[in-house]
Design a protein around this ligand. Structure first.
Ligand code: IMP
Length: 419
């Protein structure tokens, strides 16, 4: 398989975990390049459920190299726990690698996040409270602690001293340098065997013509540049993030696929034009089991938004679309698809780059009759009900992107290859 990027085309939770799991089988290595333990990828294998926050879900295949790149912010406490849990379930961790340049999420980042969210009041982001935003802030402010620093007592002592003095002055946080030092050196000892220069490792794999899968977390509309800013995460979760987050050049990427749900969901605050408040929204939430895998929060649900898909196809340079959870729509009598927005009486076809405009956009829908058949047991694309095929064609037409893979259930095998 060529070097492939998988990216969320909506607000995250598109079902990327399962797709990565499917494609990992055909790849030699899986790389995460952004985000942190705010992500939660769920994979179900033989009715056993695995939820990954940091480790690439490719780890379920023995021998596949699983790489946490420099663009990820790593909470070592979470990573140590995740490793321990997987080991106790018989999963081999020998092919896990963590970038020495990845920044560390410290326990105080979570305290800072609480303070900042409180200060925002009505305009709070609704973060996952995993300390991700403050860790990226420290990175950009050039005071961050990196995974490699956990292996050196002197470097870590000096960096902690500088940070604690800053946080004391700025946030009135009184933190113990000694306690933090010992706690994080201990994580360093536990993770030492995994920590390495992952950009170099990826380069070497590419020279050996190995195929690499880049696993996006969150989604395009949570990207710090292209998302619904400020209601976004603090990293570049669109395809552009791969190069800086993994240490490769754009010419080394062969294919980019976006993953979208057959409807739309969002957790946290911020505008959501096609949100359904009422019975159908509740039905989607229950049938789709739309509860966050990191925080357990119920997800807001809505109709498929073609304006968002067109935007995601554009900013990610998508080669194809992977559509998930079609089966959730099986019971609906009528299904709506948003084809454009209306803003102050005008029709808008391109996703607005300004939040104040998006906040006032109303969706313009086209409606089709539901298929009202169980699609979850279908094994061949041509056996899909006619109305379901019509729905897929409509999505392709609006998004100007072809659907290549369709997911119709949570199990590994519940996938139809369309092209
Ligand atoms: P943060 O990434 O924890 O700072 O949260 C910022 C925004 O991104 C919030 O709206 C979160 O709900 C959302 N978010 C972060 N990670 C995910 C994810 O993996 N899936 C869906 N939403 C996410």
């Amino acid at each position: 398989m060529p070097n492939t990027v998988i990216i969320g085309a909506q607000w995250g939770d598109e079902g990327k975990g399962k797709i990565i799991d499917f494609l990992a089988k055909k790849s030699d290595a899986v790389v995460r390049f952004q985000g942190g333990s705010n992500a939660g990828h769920t994979v179900v294998v033989n009715n056993e459920k695995f939820i990954f926050h940091l480790i690439p879900s490719g780890i379920l295949y023995p021998g596949k190299k699983c790489i946490i790149g420099n663009g990820v912010v790593v909470d070592p406490k979470v990573l140590v726990a995740e490793i321990k849990d997987l080991q106790s379930r018989g999963i081999d961790l020998n092919s896990l690698y963590v970038s020495n340049q990845a920044h560390v999420v410290m326990s105080y980042h979570k305290q800072i996040e609480e303070i900042e969210e409180r200060q925002r009041g009505r305009r709070k982001i609704g973060t996952t409270k995993r300390g991700v935003g403050p860790a990226y802030t420290d990175k950009i402010a050039r005071r961050g602690i990196r995974m490699g620093d956990l292996l050196d007592r002197d470097v870590l002592t000096e960096k902690l001293r500088m940070n604690l003095s800053f946080y004391r002055d700025f946030y009135r946080l009184d933190l113990s340098l000694e306690d933090l030092l010992e706690e994080y050196l201990d994580y360093g000892r536990k993770l030492k065997r995994y920590i390495t220069d992952t950009s170099l490792l990826i380069h070497q794999l590419m020279r050996q013509r190995k195929s690499i899968l880049f696993e996006g977390a969150q989604g395009t509309l949570l990207d710090v540049d292209y998302g619904t800013y400020p209601y976004v995460t603090s990293s570049n979760s669109s395809a552009g993030g791969v190069c800086v987050g993994a240490g490769i050049g754009p010419t080394q990427i062969d294919k980019v696929f976006g993953v979208a749900k057959a409807y739309t969901t969002r957790v946290g605050e911020g505008p959501f034009p096609t949100e359904i408040k009422g019975e159908v929204g509740e039905m989607l939430k229950e049938r789709g089991k739309e509860y966050g895998s990191t925080t357990g929060r119920p997800r807001r649900c809505g109709w498929f938004d073609g304006v968002i898909l067109r935007y995601a196809a554009r900013v990610n340079g998508m080669d194809g679309l992977i559509l998930t959870k079609l089966d959730v729509l099986d019971v609906l009598e009528r299904i709506k698809i948003c084809v454009a927005y209306k803003y102050k009486g005008r029709i808008i076809r391109n996703f607005p780059s300004e939040l104040r405009i998006l906040e006032e956009c109303e969706p313009i829908y086209e409606e089709i009759k539901g298929w009202r058949e169980d699609t979850s047991r279908i094994t061949m694309p041509k056996k899909l009900p006619e109305q379901a095929q019509k729905y897929l064609r409509k999505i392709e037409e609006i998004g100007k992107v072809r659907i290549c893979l369709l997911s119709i259930g949570p199990q590994r095998g519940d996938l139809l290859v369309l092209r």
